[in-house]
Design a binder for this molecule. Structure first.
Ligand code: DC
Length: 228
């Protein structure tokens, strides 16, 4: 039996998964891994190199040329794409608008899952995404499934994006979220679905502090059991 603890956090887009995952990792001194950033970095590479994202064979052919690395500083996501820091660029609309179809490609998922499993082999980690509790770490001792009212999610994301994307509208953000929900839950490869043993966390009316406490209350018994 492994001695490390993996906390798997899945859920819809813009549900506050990464906010909770970061806060939890910081509090527990676990490593935080933002799996969505990996799909985003792959998407950025494909867009920059004019690879047709609907051509699965073309995408698969360039996967060996894509090298991703995380370096952690202050529990923020710092992701390197072929040694270039792309943490900000992967959040912009061109990537957001194209990441769903890229993340639906089987070869892309197989490669990302392999890398994610390697990261959680021996270390205590908190990883957030869509398939962490179902495909990446089906044996994780704690799985959370996050959800919230789509309107509230769009408003939160809008506030986050506006400073760097002054032309963006709330409608555009809402559309993007609705579209991603649809493709994430209906895609053939590892669709977003709650693992049977995942605990639902609906944070529509919860503060970040309340969400952190909710998670801590469920991790602490695991840590205690490991100490015994
Ligand atoms: O969490 P995010 O919005 O940064 O994720 C970006 C996209 O990547 C989203 O459309 C779903 C996809 N994704 C995925 O398919 N599997 C994951 N484990 C994480 C993200």
């Amino acid at each position: 039996m492994s001695t490390n603890i993996v906390v798997a956090i899945d859920g819809y887009s813009s549900c506050g998964k990464s906010t909770l995952a970061k806060a939890l990792a910081k509090k527990l001194h676990f490593i935080y891994v933002d799996s969505g950033a990996m799909y985003r970095a792959v998407t950025l590479y494909l867009l920059r190199n004019n690879i047709d994202i609907t051509d699965e064979k073309a995408v698969e052919a360039v996967l060996p040329d894509i090298h991703l690395n995380f370096h952690s500083r202050d529990y923020q996501t710092h992701i390197l794409l072929n040694d270039e820091e792309v943490s900000d660029e992967i959040r912009l609309m061109p990537v957001s608008n194209n990441v769903s179809p890229v993340s639906a490609i089987k070869a892309v998922r197989t490669e990302m899952v392999k890398q994610q499993q390697r990261m959680g082999k021996s270390k205590n980690i908190v990883m957030d995404g869509r398939d962490i509790g179902t495909a990446v770490f089906p044996n994780a001792p704690l799985k959370l499934f996050m959800t919230a009212d789509p309107k509230v999610r769009a408003e939160r994301r809008f506030k986050e994006l506006q400073p760097t994307n002054p032309d963006i509208t709330l409608e555009e953000v809402f559309e993007n979220i609705a579209h991603r929900d649809y493709s994430d839950t209906t895609r053939k490869e590892s669709p977003l679905v709650r693992a049977e043993d995942a605990i639902i966390l609906d944070n529509t009316n919860l503060t970040p502090e309340e969400q952190l406490q909710f998670a801590l209350d469920r991790v602490e018994p695991l840590l205690k059991a490991k100490r015994q």
